[in-house]
Design a binder for this molecule. Structure first.
Ligand SMILES: [Zn+2]
Length: 283
């Protein structure tokens, strides 16, 4: 299993990525949660970001997480290389801890103004679908890969756990950003163990008091445990607005703007007076 995953890492990840993307995209066309996907304008941008982000990772960050795991094992460093636990325990623990790391990193990207400038490009999308789940600024790709390399090394995480986690994260991000609507009872059951599209939709509301909640990508448990869970956005799922107040039209969101998001002003263009405190945006 380990040899197969290592020898075919790119192929396995690419197959999982393309299959889940096609399934979610097809389901979105058959039963869209919201109308007006504006795919012709949004998809080239969102997919373009994936290409740029991947290039940035490959070029700027020589150490990817999988390599970090192999190096830690070779050097016999990191928590799991020092303690003697059954392999399945190490695998499960590494996946859980990596997921907790991604949760904590996401909280930091919202709470630290400089990091929010990088992360808000992801939030500027005016609709949500499978492509939004992979639309991150190249800076964010690089930063999160560096954080992952650090955590994988500190944990001495098993290389299989790292590859499985990468696949899971990619797949669940596309699923929970999907323009999908699970029946309410099913959603209630699924969100006990997995972040659902309606769970994550709250996180893309234009209102800060909504989008500073529901940070989980795979497991919803961290939001439940740390008090960052919100079941419904203030205006309800049907009436809530997706995106950020300073960018309300697709024409404002060209590739150049998306790339320059970290350096742009924070104030909404259409600001009328000072908004009430609970609607005020990030500093
Ligand atoms: Zn976010």
């Amino acid at each position: 299993m380990q040899d197969f995953l290592l020898n075919h890492e790119m192929a396995v990840r690419a197959t999982a990525f393309v299959s889940v993307f096609l399934i979610v995209a097809l389901a979105e066309i058959i039963a869209p949660r919201r109308k007006g996907a504006n795919r012709l304008k949004r998809w080239p941008l969102n997919l373009g970001m994936v290409v740029l982000g991947s290039l940035a990772i490959r070029m700027i960050v020589p150490l990817i997480a999988v390599e970090a795991a192999l190096r830690a094992a070779d050097a016999d460093i990191g928590l799991f290389n020092l303690v003697d636990l059954p392999r399945w325990v190490e695998l499960v623990a590494a996946i859980l801890l990596l997921d907790l790391t991604i949760y904590a990193q996401h909280v930091a990207f919202h709470r630290i103004p400089l990091l929010w400038r990088i992360h808000r490009m992801h939030h500027s999308d005016l609709m949500l679908d499978a492509t939004s789940g992979i639309r991150f600024h190249p800076f964010e790709f690089v930063l999160s890969m560096l954080i992952k390399v650090g955590v994988v090394t500190a944990l001495g995480a098993d290389v299989v756990a790292v590859i499985v986690f990468e696949i899971l994260l990619n797949a669940t991000a596309m699923f929970n950003h999907g323009n999908l609507h699970l029946p309410e009872r099913l959603d209630r059951m699924v969100r006990r163990i997995l972040v659902t599209p309606d769970f994550h939709l709250v996180h893309h509301s234009t209102l800060r008091r909504d989008h500073d909640t529901n940070y989980g990508f795979n497991l919803p448990w961290w939001d439940y445990a740390f008090g960052t869970y919100k079941a419904r956005p203030d205006k309800g799922l049907k009436d809530m607005q997706i995106g950020l107040p300073q960018w309300r039209s697709q024409d404002q969101l060209g590739l150049k703007t998306l790339l320059w998001t970290p350096f742009l002003s924070n104030s909404p263009n259409n600001k009328k007076g000072t908004p009430p405190a609970h609607e005020r945006q990030h500093p």
